[in-house]
Design a protein around this ligand. Sequence first.
Ligand SMILES: [Zn+2]
Length: 558
Amino acid sequence: MAEAREHPALALVPWLALGAADVYLAYSFTAPPSTTRVLAELALVLVLGVVVRFGLPSFPGTATALPPLIPLFSLAATQTPRSLGAIPYLVGLLGMLGVVAVPLMKRRGVPWWLSASLAVAVTVGCYAAQGPLPLTQQIVADTTWPTQQPALPPPADAGPPVILITIDTLRADAARQMSSVQRLSERGAWWDAAISTSSWTLPALASIQTGVMPGEHGAGCLTGGHCQGVRDDVPTLAEQLAARGYTNVAIVANPWATAQNGMARGFHRYHPLGSVNPRRLLFIGNPLDTAHHQDAEVVLDLATDHLDALTARGGSFYLWVHLLDPHMPYLNAERPEYRSLTAEVVRSVGMLSAEDRQALRDAYDHEVAVLDRRLAAFLDEVERHGLFERAVVVLTADHGEEFWEHGGFEHGHSHHREVVQVPLVFTAPGVAPGRRDGLPSLLDVAPTVRAIAGLSADGQDLRRALPADRIVTSQGNLILWPGCSARDAGTAVLIDDCGADDERIRRYDLVADPGERAPLPVDGTHRVQWAAEDVVAPTRAEAAPQNTEALRALGYVQ
Ligand SMILES: [Zn+2]
């Protein structure tokens, strides 16, 4: 028999191929895992190969190359381009069943064709039970093979570099305590607070990237849980900058900020750290599970690598970094039981004691402080490259966070100031440092960047004074759409169920009642109320597949 003459070491070749593919994929998608981890992984794959090949002689299939090919297929299934659909997943599953089931049943006298048919039936059944898209496909729908990454455009001097730092769930009042925000404020224009266009991530980030309201860009979740991305006919800032000659890179740590939701459009490199496990090694642990992606250290390491590369090659670039640290779970919490706590769990507990509520707020503040230290190191890099003198650097947030100020917790459920007020500071060549008056909106970020880059602002350029009588609006809540609001300098009008026949409208005098505690009677004569009532919901579009695993980890879905 040919097998008898085979050198025993040859049997380990498929296992070595598995280890190489594993490490190659882990290295290619983002910054590499540590050398120690890679060496440990390779050693484990080899030990596994020796044990399977020589230690389990009676187990079916161990003498063939099939055992290492099965994890190789599942690796392919989790990293495959979407165009291949479910094929690698199905092949891996079928292979696994074939190796184990067919020989086992053969020993019991079942004809091979019957056990093979059963394996096919079980494979098809598993696929059908998973729905239209296998889970593994959903998790990695944003990932492309490294070799398929398009070449970067040639460097071009199209305008000042742009660095946009957005911080998930960062309240305006918490941001004011951050030394990194104060450092930017000393160099640029800043406001006490800007107003978000929504109470949660997807519509707010889409407004930052398009300069239009959720009713126009369409990204968000409608009543009934139908979630959709940015409408195809709405141009993004990245697309506009790319057309001008910018090279665009994004590193985003939030599972809503996906390519399916239109957020990657216009970016030449897009790292959706919140929704995939790009650096995952197959066997030894998972240096970057979904929660770990929150870690600013991971996100900013990758951002620093890109910043170095972009400045080294020269030309105009747009670097967007989205950090998730202040969002639950609080990974750096001093109390270990808080490190995996999601908002879903907190809400399910019901009434919390004042001490427990304060402990959660303290954990949030601690998370912001940890982020602040890490952000300082990134700003050092920005300074080292001389970018404060020649770049646009914007820092803002998608929304804030409520800690029972109005009875609720987290975000996505209310338009009170603790949720819609976000920090806003930006530096740019020619912009004098100092506090600015007026009420900016997240809508103003894209027009300001466009104008500085030499494009038509097509909106409010924040280098110009904001009109004193400006009204800004916010639209939508998480999952259940209704919720809209409008504000000017002195008034806020909130409607919880906008669009309903009998809307519940609350008006607050922000001068006498800045905490929005005592709603005033509404009589339909106030212009801020008219603006709130004019807010329109987005219309239904094709739903983008959502990464339910990652959203569950953050407590968005059960
Ligand atoms: Zn968010």
